[in-house]
Design a protein around this ligand. Sequence first.
Ligand code: GDP
Ligand code: IMO
Ligand code: MG
Length: 443
Amino acid sequence: MIITIVGGQWGDEGKGKIIDHIAEKADVIARYAGGNNAGHTIENKLGKFALHLVPCGVGWEGTKNLIGSGTVIDPDVLINELELINKNNLPGEIFISEKAHMIMPYHIKLDQAEEAYRGSEAVGTTGRGIGPAYSDKISRNGIRIGDLKNIETLQSKISKNLNIKNKILKEIYNTDEISEKYIFEKIKEWNNKLSKYIANTEQILYENIEKNKFILLEGAQGALLDIDHGTYPYVTSSNSISGGSLTGLGLGAKDIDNVMGVFKAFTTRVGEGPFPTEIFGKDAETIREIAGEFGTTTGRPRRIGWFDAVAAKYSVKINGLDGMVITKLDILDKFEKIKICTHYEYKGEVLSYFPSDENILSNIKPIYKEFEGWDESTFDVSSYEALNSKAKEFLKNLEDIVGIPIAYISTGPSREATIPVSYTHLRAHETREDRGWRGVGGK
Ligand code: GDP
Ligand code: IMO
Ligand code: MG
């Protein structure tokens, strides 16, 4: 059975936490897109870890954790992460796709130079070289992890690339060049430290599918940061939606049994771009402080807003979501009023769909449905029955408005602070109705 877990909003929804929870039962966990722009936090008995590249199943013995072909890998960051994992005895096995592209030092410099050049129109990237690495992949100038196997050919590819990149860095962006010697030394180190992890990850997947194993596909970023369907140009450079789990791992459209979207009970966004339900002032500050809404990768304060059901319904469509995971319910514990945006208003007209025009999105007014807060702790609650009735009411409304069932609720950062509303979906090869996905509303 294969389940794709995808970010339903603008990233940081708590994908890492929920994957760590579900991975107890999984055999293979495979990351399909993005690079170390991602920061996925897991918290369990072994400690708290912010993983940037290695899948979040690594905390479980007997798991195979694959970094798929659709990812871009900064080898230095991966080496550090592997050292952290080994030092802390995280027991999962790790494999890197030979097809995954490498983020080279010039990609990082270019990302930062391009952002500076954009000035007030900057995307607010993480500055990790993601966009330039994917650009090189698409324009067929990329360098893949598998290229490390043949250092001589690789050196010649790098020389050619560097010729052009250094011209751009120096003559267009007026910044320092990168020395060939430095990169040549690096690739030897990368080869020494990474070669034992490099594998044909597709083959590992196919063998495990054949044996009917339980496979989790780990998304990075969020649907609204998708290069095609997100809030372009304020997006990342890969397909973060569930479709990316097919192309980013070499799977077929019929391989996926179900798709779950992870959503915070409110919304956050890091970086620039439209954010219809964004709030400022006291409520935003309270959420940011209680929830620690600062980027896992860059430490930047995250922008805060109410739950946007118009965007969530769009996310259901572009991902083909079967169910939702609602995280951070506990963060809303202290609010007198909680809001869900049900529609947008633009120039006096009510919109019930997510517009793709950036100018419309930046100028719409959210229409909210208000709910009474519960003023009672839900932190670490691990059964649905133990939730208070107002929190249940809020969750049932989320299901009704978004139109798909809730599969899990998360009430804290730890693995245990999870309410499995319905485990029945973990049975394979059944229709969605047969799986008994009733959600919290019993529908
Ligand atoms: P990801 O990128 O989607 O994996 O999410 P991040 O790890 O970047 O950000 C989510 C943050 O929220 C992490 O610090 C998690 O430990 C934390 N977290 C996840 N779920 C919950 C929850 O239900 N309640 C609280 N309080 N924190 C949570
Ligand atoms: P996880 O997997 C939140 C955002 C950046 C920026 C835009 C483009 O932890 O949810 P990039 O460096 O990718 O070119 O930046 O995308 N971004 C994320 N925001 N969570 C992430 O990952 C993100 N990865 C990229 O802030 O706005
Ligand atoms: Mg994150």
